[in-house]
Design a protein around this ligand. Structure first.
Ligand code: F0G
Length: 482
């Protein structure tokens, strides 16, 4: 977004510095059909068909809009099993945008995590991090190690207005390392902390953590999947960074890490994944897993056209006008909802708008999955697909008991460069309606619960007939409107 002032200040809205040149037709089903589709999908938004969705806010992963330059670059892809020029162009882009010399390709972010876990996790190990991500944790626990979350207390308080809620609690980290040094090989820093509402971590905190790692001989690993938004927040919120370019901030952060990996479905507006580093020894320990799990070293399971798109997308990540679009749309919606009284995670973060389901339904126990129930209600109310980021997204403890989420959130992701402001306004309108009718909404229970990553395929049913009542209220309020 550019610094453009509106003449009527009260009408100031985020202004895009791009235009749309390819469009996709969308459909909005009548509310009765939306209820039926939700039932068929087992009340799990992952199981809905895309054709039945009006506004898809499930994720920002692999659904960001590509630029004309990315599309053009894809035509130049060099298809070869080994030694593709595309690989060298991507490597050069990583060098020029992140300052990192070496890169291992993988088909997406979790594939990088698989390799990291295989290379650096022994049974009984502990991997400290500000906060877990679902796929990261699944790979680490599969290798017999455990994740330890050391985010500062502010990060778990949906109403704390600190600008950097993804920060580590440094005293706790130091104590934890002192008590468990033998079990720690690596530490993970998640930028744009996903599961606590896309909240950024400050450059200051990252540097402190990296310094501790250096002093202790622990490998520092940055998950840069959501770094794009985090860079924007460092520049706009952190003292001392206003006058630095995004590229300078990027170089400064990457230089302090032993390893940087990312999902290019998010960073780079494309699809794929990369592990990057200046440390040859560490790269050597991971290298052998690329041909084993992914593909030959010069494509790593990625399609060469995607690799060209990542390369161009990384340069675009250094463009403030591009990278501020997501955070500013999110802020616009968060402000509007907050003014109406809807509980949303604040301050506005990256990735999407996060509704606080615990405050929608203060009396609903975690075991009835309030965030999942809110997700089902949002689809019924507006054909809007969000993602449950609460207890359903947790995995059960090793003894089979439920692990209740620290925050019960429904995430409404805002894919980058995709939606218009009127669509964002529509979503905010339907969220307000759901908020005003929250007393009609009840919980869910599992009817099919997979053992691993249950939120992807699990099927649930509503407790009682609340969905029917919601549809009736919708008809009463909206008449024959879709
Ligand atoms: N790390 C973070 C912080 C992520 O947000 C994701 C994916 C991954 C790693 C894994 O990357 O999907 O390419 O395998 N997040 C997606 C989401 C799935 O919807 O938030 P991947």
């Amino acid at each position: 977004m550019s610094n453009v002032k509106f003449y009527r200040e009260e009408h100031q809205v985020p202004l895009e510095m791009h235009k749309v040149r390819i469009v996709q037709k969308l459909f909005l089903l009548p509310v009765e059909e939306r209820q039926k589709k939700m039932e068929e999908a087992g009340n799990n938004t992952f199981l809905l068909h895309n054709k039945d969705i009006y506004i898809d806010m499930l994720t920002d992963s692999g659904v960001n809009a590509m630029s004309d330059n990315q599309q053009a670059a894809m035509f130049q892809a060099d298809d070869a099993y080994a030694g593709s020029e595309t690989f060298y162009r991507l490597k050069k882009a990583i060098k020029e945008t992140m300052g990192l010399n070496d890169m291992l390709p993988a088909h997406q972010g979790r594939a990088c995590e698989n390799i990291l876990a295989e290379a650096f996790c022994r049974p009984g190990d502990l991997v400290p991090m500000n906060f877990h991500f679902t796929t990261t944790k699944a790979h680490i626990t599969r290798c017999g190690a455990d994740v330890v979350e050391l985010v500062a207390a502010k990060g778990l308080d949906a109403n704390n207005l600190d600008p950097f809620k993804g920060d580590f609690d440094i005293p706790r980290l130091k104590k934890f390392i002192k008590d468990h040094r033998d079990q720690i090989q690596w530490l993970r820093i998640e930028t744009g902390t996903n599961l606590i509402g896309g909240q950024p971590i400050s450059a200051h905190n990252m540097h402190e953590v990296a310094k501790i790692c250096r002093e202790e001989g622990i490998i520092s690993v940055m998950d840069a999947s959501l770094l794009q938004d985090n860079l924007h927040f460092i520049k706009t919120r952190e003292e001392g960074y206003k006058d630095k370019s995004i590229k300078e901030i990027m170089f400064e952060l990457c230089a302090d890490m032993d390893i940087v990996y990312f999902s290019a479905r998010k960073l780079g507006f494309a699809r794929g994944g990369c592990i990057c580093s200046n440390n040859e020894k560490l790269m050597l320990r991971m290298k052998e897993y690329v041909p084993l799990y992914e593909g030959f070293l010069t494509y790593g399971g990625m399609e060469v056209r995607s690799m060209e798109a990542i390369a161009v997308g990384l340069y675009e990540t250094l463009d403030e006008e591009y990278i501020s679009q997501g955070p500013m749309f999110i802020e616009h919606m968060v402000n509007e909802l907050h003014e109406y009284g809807v509980p949303v995670v604040r301050p506005a973060g990256g990735l999407g708008v996060h509704l606080n389901a615990s405050e929608f339904f203060p009396d609903m126990p975690h075991g009835q999955y309030p965030a999942g129930a809110l997700g089902a209600a949002m689809y019924i109310a507006g054909g809007i697909r969000g993602m449950e980021r609460g207890t359903i997204s947790e995995q059960r403890e090793r003894d089979g008991s439920e692990r209740y989420a620290a925050l019960e959130l429904l995430r409404l992701a805002v894919p980058r460069r995709v939606f218009t402001l009127s669509q964002i306004e529509y979503v905010a309108d339907r969220v307000k309606w759901v908020w005003d009718n929250r007393k009609l909404i009840g919980g869910l229970h599992f009817v099919e619960e997979p053992a691993v990553l249950r939120f992807f395929f699990g099927r649930l049913e509503p407790i009682g007939d609340w969905q029917q009542k919601l549809v009736e209220k919708y008809r009463a309020d909206f008449g024959d409107s879709l």
